[in-house]
Design a binder for this molecule. Structure first.
Ligand code: HEC
Ligand code: HEC
Ligand code: HEC
Ligand code: HEC
Ligand code: HEC
Ligand code: HEC
Ligand code: HEC
Ligand code: HEC
Length: 309
């Protein structure tokens, strides 16, 4: 049989089969198809008879496993006879979610930095399934992928301009190892008391007072001696002899911050050194060249300088 002849026979067959299945009661618009061959339910149907796909994943949301009617005001007779008429949620998201997750509402709203993603409609369902998921915490997809599904463009919103992290990661030669494992090792997904939704302190901008507490985030994994000791022959490789060049650049009230030299996510250069320093709209090249025993740079702010350990 030719392909076109085959389809000629198959298509009508498929549509007859579709009429006979439970889903045939409704067309694609959710409008009831009043037809002699449509199958009317003989006994009260259960939601799961037709919507089992929503609950197929390994981790089930407690209330969805108990009763769909906790969140959907659906009259089953009406629904199966006359068709679906919208989601019919008992409350809108996020209020629906807060009605049980009260602590979340309290926590999120009392914190100074709130993720734009949890404001407005779909606040919670932008990231969580209300029904079931194969990911921990009912996430819609793997956590890093989820974050990058929105952070795949430059966003200009209330907080200024937010960088395109997906592009940065795709184009960089060196990735900060924790970023490989995801984003929530350093960021809170909902809200935080720290800048940039971070799990602990980190300053905004190019300058900040040089107190080691300012960089608590970095000391979650790195030794603060790389900054704290003015002289060292071990705590950092950024030194000239035993003169700690992290300390040299970062002391006093208006000291440089880590992002003046490093990108915390990824970069083109060894040691996550940035190509450029950003001063508002201006950017100056750093021209960092690493060597076996040190390195050199030639930034806009001083003549070429090198260091040797
Ligand atoms: C905790 C509240 C809650 C429970 C319980 C719940 N749902 Fe939902 N449901 C939602 C929300 C919220 C949406 C909208 C999702 C979105 O906008 O992405 C939704 C969407 C849907 C949709 C639209 C299609 C889809 O995949 O989004 C169907 C169908 C549905 N629910 C059926 C069910 C069935 C069947 C059950 C019981 C097994 C159930 N729901 C239990 C909250 C719930
Ligand atoms: C006889 C089959 C059948 C049963 C039983 C059934 N549904 Fe549906 N339902 C459908 C079909 C078909 C649709 C439309 C296609 C889709 O979204 O899956 C639908 C759609 C929905 C929608 C989405 C409507 C929209 O506009 O997006 C919700 C919510 C829903 N059903 C909830 C329920 C709940 C809750 C129950 C149990 C009380 C239930 N359904 C029982 C067949 C059924
Ligand atoms: C009827 C009460 C109820 C409603 C409404 C409800 N939840 Fe839940 N949720 C629970 C219960 C119970 C659990 C399981 C126990 C727990 O983790 O507290 C749970 C678990 C969760 C978890 C997993 C928590 C973890 O530690 O992994 C997430 C995420 C979640 N819900 C999100 C939502 C979202 C998003 C909504 C709104 C669409 C919502 N919930 C609406 C009762 C509810
Ligand atoms: C930007 C994506 C995103 C949005 C939007 C979001 N969440 Fe989450 N949520 C996450 C991630 C990621 C985790 C897991 C965090 C982790 O692994 O430490 C999580 C964890 C949770 C948990 C379980 C752990 C905990 O913190 O108690 C609950 C409950 C929860 N979210 C509820 C909500 C509610 C309610 C909303 C809507 C107000 C919401 N989430 C909106 C990403 C999101
Ligand atoms: C649904 C889309 C969406 C998802 C998913 C999402 N974000 Fe966002 N995120 C936004 C928007 C919108 C902003 C606000 C941008 C701005 O203000 O410039 C933002 C801002 C941020 C900021 C900057 C906050 C500040 O105040 O400086 C961080 C950090 C962030 N998101 C991290 C994450 C992480 C981590 C995840 C994954 C758990 C994630 N985002 C998932 C939409 C999203
Ligand atoms: C090692 C800790 C760490 C990890 C892991 C991490 N971040 Fe960040 N992120 C930071 C720090 C520190 C800042 C603030 C400094 C800056 O903007 O460079 C930041 C800032 C941001 C911002 C705001 C940037 C802006 O331009 O305002 C976004 C968005 C963001 N991160 C998203 C992500 C995403 C998405 C992931 C996962 C792919 C991730 N981060 C993983 C530490 C981290
Ligand atoms: C969750 C753990 C974690 C956090 C938090 C973290 N780092 Fe890292 N970082 C690592 C690991 C692991 C490496 C690779 C091993 C190493 O070089 O120590 C690394 C490497 C680096 C490197 C490159 C070292 C080299 O010589 O190539 C720099 C620069 C760096 N981190 C800066 C920072 C800054 C700045 C912060 C704070 C914003 C920070 N890190 C926070 C885990 C972390
Ligand atoms: C003035 C530029 C500059 C600033 C500011 C800066 N670093 Fe560095 N950092 C470097 C250079 C250059 C290296 C590479 C040293 C080498 O291996 O030759 C380095 C190396 C590192 C390393 C690898 C281990 C080590 O110490 O050799 C870590 C981790 C690190 N920096 C973290 C930080 C943190 C955290 C901050 C902010 C508290 C910071 N850096 C601020 C230039 C800077």
């Amino acid at each position: 049989m030719e392909k076109s002849q085959f389809l000629f026979v198959l298509l009508p067959m498929l549509s007859i089969m579709a009429y006979m299945s439970p889903h045939s009661i409704l067309d694609s618009q959710g409008i009831s198809l009043k037809s002699d061959i449509s199958v009317q339910p003989k006994e009260e149907k259960k939601c799961s008879d037709c919507h089992s796909d929503l609950m197929e994943s390994t981790i089930l949301h407690g209330p969805a496993n108990e009763s769909c009617l906790t969140c959907h005001k659906v009259d089953i007779k009406e629904h199966t006879e006359n068709g679906a008429r919208g989601l019919n949620l008992v409350k809108r998201v996020p209020e629906l979610c807060y009605s049980c997750h009260e602590d979340s509402k309290k926590d999120f709203n009392s914190l100074p930095v709130v993720h734009q993603a949890i404001k407005g409609e779909n606040a919670c369902t932008a990231c969580h399934s209300p029904h079931s998921s194969d990911e921990k915490h009912l996430l819609l997809t793997q956590q890093k992928k989820l974050c990058l599904s929105c952070h795949n463009k430059d966003v200009t919103a209330s907080g200024g301009k937010t960088a395109n992290i997906k592009k940065l990661l795709a184009e960089s030669k060196v990735i900060h190892p924790p970023v490989e494992n995801g984003c929530v090792v350093c960021h809170q997904p909902h809200a935080s008391e720290n800048n940039y939704l971070l799990i602990s302190a980190f300053p905004r901008g190019n300058y900040a007072p040089a107190v080691t507490d300012t960089y608590a985030l970095c000391w979650e994994c790195h030794d603060s001696d790389l900054l704290g000791l003015s002289k060292t022959d071990a705590s950092t490789n950024f030194r000239d002899g035993d003169r700690n060049l992290h300390f040299v650049h970062m002391n006093g009230k208006k000291s440089r911050t880590c992002i003046m030299c490093h990108n915390v996510h990824a970069s083109q250069n060894l040691h996550l050194i940035e190509d450029k320093v950003q001063f508002g709209e201006w950017s100056l090249p750093i021209n960092y060249v690493p060597t076996e025993t040190g390195g050199s740079c030639f930034p806009g702010c001083h003549a070429q300088k090198s260091y040797t350990r």
